[in-house]
Design a protein around this ligand. Structure first.
Ligand SMILES: N[C@@H](CCOP(=O)(O)O)C(=O)O
Length: 450
């Protein structure tokens, strides 16, 4: 299995090479050259535990790592989750389910990929004897999950950029209160999109990337997206066979990585009826899947800060597949988007639809879900509980624990959501490394701390 760049100007990479690089040298994103058909595996996979399923799945994509090693990696990666199911599927009523993805160490769905990616980085550092500089941008959840995947690991330094004042206070504490000497939480002025652009620009310097063994930890990294495919398959296998093709997966989305993972699983043969892209008021993806126009605007802070994004990285992978792997056309369209010119595509919808909630809608929906089901949704998950499909079974992905966003949840439900790991954080000192939003200052900082 080889991995190709969406921009078509990078040599094919093996799985381990693609993971190490993160972003392809031509600025594109890696995708497997073809997708395996998983339909013949589904029966056998039904009785597996979550870590076993993840190991079997990854073997299809990374034969350069042995089956035994995959089982050991996934057993370790999911050992810190506080639910025996790892990703419990809860039924709220006849047609509505919640897939809880917040039982990992940082209480967000990002742990599914980043606990595993941290171990893959450790393996890489051990085998190569190199020290890796892991670089990422976050609007809140990726940063803490990435940091907790790499915390205290020899051979890894991790640098996370985030928009100053625009992540939730507890998200910032998760990043900046670890006291680990290999962790650098870096607030910058601007938005998440600015932080993500700085990350990509840093990777644009091949000499620097090579000198510091830089790897991208965002869902730019193909290992992230593949790890997220697994929980869609897991959820599907929890349902009776006759219902599986009736499912609309409802996915709160900012950077398009989560819903893309579901789409890829479907491309591999996982049954599903549809995917709903659930956005907050930063609704570029909602507009795209409604009228076909991809037009970037300003980012406005919302109650769901992890989704405060207007330049969704993984959209490039989707474009590549939508355009039948025409990487020349992908390069043209990405350049057009970067220049601020809107892009219009015919019939983008296919198996997708979209919904949108502004802050008032998020607060009202948290209150409704609480009243209707006695269930507390965090503000990101709440974006999914609108516009429910009359013709489908909905599986809403619960992407974060409500205790990460106590103010809005408390106001909407009257319940103060807490979690012991977050309570402990409130007492610790913050250690951040503020930098100007320039690529030179980021590079200098990495060079000094690698
Ligand atoms: N929502 C994210 C933004 C980065 O997304 P990623 O999946 O590409 O890492 C966050 O919480 O940081």
């Amino acid at each position: 299995m080889q991995y190709l760049s969406t921009r078509g100007q990078t040599q094919p990479h093996s799985f381990s090479e693609a993971v190490e690089a993160g972003l392809a040298p031509d600025g594109g994103l890696f995708l497997p050259e073809s997708f395996p058909d998983i339909r013949s595996h589904l029966n056998d996979w039904q009785s597996l535990t979550y870590p076993q399923l993840a190991a079997e799945f990854f073997q299809l994509f990374a034969p350069d790592i042995s089956s035994e090693e995959w089982h050991s990696l996934t057993a370790q990666a999911y050992s810190k989750f506080d639910s025996p199911d790892v990703a419990p599927l809860r039924q709220l009523d006849e047609k509505t389910y919640v897939l809880e993805l917040f039982h990992g160490p940082t209480l967000a769905f990002k742990d599914f990929a980043l606990q595993l990616l941290g171990l893959l980085y450790k393996r890489l550092a051990t085998q190569s004897g190199k020290t890796l500089a892991v670089l990422g941008a976050t609007s809140g959840d990726t940063g803490s999950a990435a940091i907790h995947g790499c915390l205290g690991q020899d051979g890894i330094n991790i640098f996370i950029l985030y928009p100053n004042g625009r992540v939730a206070p507890l998200q910032e504490r998760q990043m900046a209160c670890t006291d680990a000497s290999n962790v650098f939480a870096i607030p910058i002025p601007g938005t998440f999109d600015d932080a993500q652009a700085l990350v990509k620009e840093t990777f644009g310097d091949p000499a620097f990337t090579a000198a510091h063994n830089l790897s991208a930890v965002n869902s730019i990294n193909i290992a992230r997206v593949l790890a997220q495919c697994v929980y869609y398959i897991w959820a599907t296998l929890r349902l009776p066979e006759n219902l599986r093709d009736q499912v609309e997966f409802v996915v709160p989305t900012g950077n398009f990585g989560n819903v893309l993972a579901g789409f890829l699983a479907h491309q591999m043969g996982m049954p599903a009826k549809r995917f709903r892209v659930a956005t907050n008021q930063n609704d570029i993806l909602h507009r795209f899947f409604t009228n076909g126009e991809y037009r970037q605007g300003d980012v406005f802070p919302s109650f769901a800060p992890s989704m405060d994004i207007q330049a969704a990285s993984n959209f490039e992978r989707f474009l590549y597949l939508l355009l039948n792997k025409d990487s020349t056309r992908v390069r043209e369209l990405i350049a057009q988007m970067k220049s601020g010119t809107p892009v219009t595509l015919p019939e983008p919808r296919g198996i997708f639809r979209a919904s949108r909630l502004d802050d008032a809608g998020i607060a009202a929906t948290i209150a409704d879900v609480w009243q209707q089901y006695g269930y507390i949704a965090d503000p990101h998950t709440a974006c999914g509980f609108t516009d429910m499909a009359p013709d489908a079974i909905s599986i809403v992905l619960a992407t974060a624990h409500p205790a990460k966003f106590p103010e809005v949840v408390q106001q909407a439900t009257g319940v103060d959501p807490t979690h012991p790991t977050l309570e402990a954080l409130k007492l610790l000192p913050l250690r951040t490394h503020p930098l100007p939003a320039t690529v030179d200052s980021i590079k200098t900082f990495i060079a000094e701390h690698s």
